[in-house]
Ligand binder design. Structure first.
Ligand code: MN
Length: 300
């Protein structure tokens, strides 16, 4: 039986930038392989107090950075140094281990920082970084759509994925309506980044969704109707429900507590999968992993 669930995000701070985290929550941890959804800003950071996230590691995931306003400098242990600008995506595949730093180059900043869990077959792959300056754009009803991930409306995003996913950025400059087809084998989430939206399913309005909350749609829906009364931006994320159970702790994704402890120990000691993994060109210290020795992790 198809169902919807409204999930309240929680506020936080990443490297000096205010964020709202929609996933993971105690109630829901995944939408397909999307496992971490941060909406950062919009914010005007005071001079000298930009976002600055020092070198830190990742494993078992892809970080997907979608920039709406401002500029962010990405550096990583593969030697990448890439400025991310509005309308662009940085995709970093951590695989068995990578480290990166991020810093804002502009006072104004607005972005979505999303993580994608890698499936078992790819989670120890070689790390990689790719920059996507241009993504497919088209109209759906009164919305300007950017196809971030997957396929929609006969178009396909160039971003390489390891599980079936969808990512759309939808922008209206005023009152607008759209009816979007959904894959019924996907679960979906709607996340408002600016303004608010009326969401309709199966011919009736079911929710007025505001900034800061996520509407989860289970598999089984064939379409969704969106209606905005004012300028609005939202993300529609979807994916085939994962059968694997990724375990997320700090910046690592693994499958067991022992694996997490090993990653933390290796990062802090610069050994094992993090031997020689360092970010060049960042002015500041690397971020140590918190103490993982007392972890009692449960895979749910
Ligand atoms: Mn990171």
């Amino acid at each position: 039986m198809a169902f919807v669930e409204k999930i309240a995000g929680h506020a936080g701070n990443v490297g000096g930038l205010p964020i709202n985290r929609a996933l993971p929550t105690p109630k829901r941890r995944l939408i397909g392989a999307w496992c971490f959804l941060d909406h950062a800003g919009p914010a005007d950071l005071p001079p000298g107090e930009g976002m600055k996230v020092g070198p830190h590691p990742h494993t078992g995931l892809q970080t997907f950075s979608w920039l709406i306003e401002g500029e962010v400098m990405h550096r990583d242990s593969l030697g990448s140094a890439q400025v991310l600008r509005p309308g662009q995506v940085n995709l970093m595949t951590a695989g068995r281990g990578i480290a990166h730093s991020e810093e804002s180059l502009t006072p104004r900043l607005h972005l979505a920082q999303l993580w994608i869990a890698l499936p078992d077959a790819q989670r120890f792959c070689a790390p990689a970084f790719e920059h996507f300056p241009v993504l497919p754009r088209f109209k759906e009803g009164g919305f300007d759509v950017t196809l971030l991930a997957g396929e929609h409306g006969g178009q396909r995003s160039p971003i390489p994925l390891h599980t079936p996913l969808l990512g759309l950025d939808l922008l209206s400059s005023g009152p607008a309506e759209a009816e979007l087809a959904l894959r019924p084998d996907f679960e979906h989430g709607l996340m408002v980044l600016e303004g608010s939206i009326d969401v309709g399913l199966e011919g009736k309005k079911i929710e007025h969704l505001e900034l800061g909350s996520l509407l989860y749609l289970s598999p089984g829906f064939e379409g969704v109707t969106l209606h905005s009364g004012a300028p609005t931006r939202l993300l529609l994320l979807g994916g085939e429900p994962l059968t694997e159970r990724p375990l997320l702790w700090w910046n690592f994704i693994a499958r067991s507590g022992a694996e997490i402890q090993q990653f933390a120990q290796d990062w802090n000691a610069g050994s094992g999968s993090f031997a020689g993994v360092a970010v060049q060109g960042f002015d500041g210290p690397r971020l140590p992993a918190p103490d993982a020795s007392q972890l009692h992790l449960r895979i749910v």
